[in-house]
Write a protein that binds this ligand. Structure first.
Ligand SMILES: [Zn+2]
Length: 477
């Protein structure tokens, strides 16, 4: 009765490097003893002194583990496939859930590594990981965790895929533009690994829902792009005692760490307070190298897999700084702050707070609200230009943005240079200021008002609104 025996890589040195051997056998025991008859060196790796299959060697017939069949007496029929899976890490750890034959094949490159092996792959299968944010960081992280065999992924996001996301959010394709991110990401992840279980949270993570959502997972990965959610994720992780795998990106630079208050510092130990709103530009304002979230996201994914396996040295108490331009990684030691309000000795934060308020977002003073008479719509500006009543159009963007697109007959003075170049403008001029989306324009209007300019307006929605409503040939960026 010829059957095929699949030889794991670790044992191929004893079979003349053959990945599979076909030999006769009516039972598993017979086939395996024929195998060791043909390749005598393999015998001691498969059988103990007592002649039984060693307990750290798992033998499968087709999909089934022989321990749950008739063990060595399991009968074979022609065409059956025997798979030998030695647990290289020792195999003593007992993790629930067996791997199917398809899973064994899928994860074979893991199974043959002593650091993962069958026990580690089962840990991955049992693991539950939550990804907060399915943007630049979440995209590669989710794809690799799905491919690696993590059993359950929760994904939190409520955005829709935009065309400008495709430069870095590689989980999405051109056909996904306009679709909810979770729907598109779910399809892609299922395509990578149909065994993956996915929980969808198409909502904003808030102080009300965060503890309930995070509590269901072993590991939390922070792929957010704003400070309120970052502090929320941190505090919820500290309160629940979960590890928080942190990553952040800006232009060519990234940071990564593992905040795990049980064993080291938390995010608040590093940054007790957020920067004032507007001081640190977001990626939408400051830009980001499309590859960078790949670099940092994969560090996060790697840390997640290491924590699940319990292998290696995690980034706990270490802040990794990555500079893509210099291609340099630097590492800073992070210490637990004894005065940390949430993980320190005198804990003052014992429940989730209002993070928008904590980060100074949403207060009138910070939102920079202009009076209606200091704003003008793009259609109104267009009508004035057509009626030959064009104001002076002042562009406060950066020169590299001016290169991309501009409004007709506009004058460029970047916001940062306005205070030193204000003499280039006359106070009696009728001026309309614009930027990309309207934020910097509003700041420029405030500044010029304080400098004594009276006939000054901000273009609502910036050049993006102009492109949407007046001239679609102006590219959006
Ligand atoms: Zn702390």
């Amino acid at each position: 009765m010829p059957v095929k025996v699949i030889i794991p890589t670790a044992l191929r040195q004893y079979t003349g490097n053959q990945g599979s051997v076909t030999l006769p056998g009516r039972t598993v025991g017979e086939a395996l003893s024929n195998l060791s008859g043909e390749f005598s060196d393999i015998k001691k790796h498969l059988f103990g002194e007592d002649g039984k299959v060693r307990n750290f060697v798992n033998v499968y017939v087709n999909d089934d583990d022989i321990r749950y069949l008739q063990q060595n007496e399991t009968e074979l029929k022609e065409g059956d496939v025997i798979t030998i899976v030695p647990s290289v890490a020792g195999g003593s750890e007992d993790v629930d859930g067996e791997l199917s034959r398809a899973e064994i094949e899928r994860y074979s490159r893991h199974l043959i590594m002593p650091e993962v092996a069958l026990a580690g792959q089962k840990k991955l299968k049992k693991a539950k990981v939550l990804l907060v944010g399915m943007g630049g960081l979440g995209s590669p992280t989710a794809m690799y965790l799905a491919a690696a065999g993590v059993g359950r992924l929760g994904i939190v996001d409520f955005d829709v895929v935009e065309y400008t996301n495709l430069q870095r959010q590689i989980i999405y394709s051109i056909d996904d533009v306009g679709r909810p991110k979770l729907q598109a990401a779910g399809d892609r992840l299922k395509g990578i690994n149909p065994d993956l279980e996915i929980d969808f949270y198409e909502e904003r993570l808030t102080s009300e829902n965060a503890l309930d959502i995070l509590a269901k997972y072993d590991i939390i990965i922070d792929g957010t792009d704003n400070f309120p959610t970052r502090y929320l994720v941190n505090d919820a992780c500290v309160l629940l005692g979960k590890p928080n795998i942190y990553g952040s990106i800006f232009r060519f630079e990234g940071q990564a760490s593992v905040f795990y208050a049980k064993e080291g510092p938390c995010y608040r130990c590093l940054y007790p307070e957020p920067p004032p709103p507007g001081l640190v530009p977001s990626c939408a304002e400051g830009g980001v190298l499309g590859i960078l979230p790949g670099n940092i996201g994969l560090i996060q994914a790697t840390e997640a897999v290491k924590l699940i396996l319990g292998k290696g040295v995690p980034l706990i108490g270490r802040l990794l700084l990555f500079d893509a331009l210099a291609m340099e990684y630097r590492e800073l030691k992070l210490r637990k702050d004894p005065n940390c309000p949430i993980c320190g000795d005198r804990q003052t934060i014992t429940a989730l707070i209002d993070y928008e308020q904590f980060c100074g977002i949403g207060t009138e003073a910070d939102r920079l609200v202009l009076e209606p008479e200091n704003e003008i719509s793009v259609t109104e500006l267009h009508e004035r230009i057509l009626a030959s009543q064009a104001p002076v159009v002042l562009d406060v963007r950066e020169p590299h943005e001016f290169e991309i697109c501009r409004l007709p007959d506009s004058k460029l003075i970047p916001l940062g240079e306005l205070s030193t170049r204000v003499h280039e403008l006359e106070r009696e001029w009728d001026i309309v200021v614009f930027c990309r989306s309207g934020m910097r324009g509003a700041q420029a209007v405030k500044f010029l008002q304080e400098a004594g300019f009276e006939k000054i307006k901000n273009l609502k929605g910036g050049i993006l609104a102009w492109s949407d409503e007046v001239d679609p040939s102006v590219p959006k960026y």
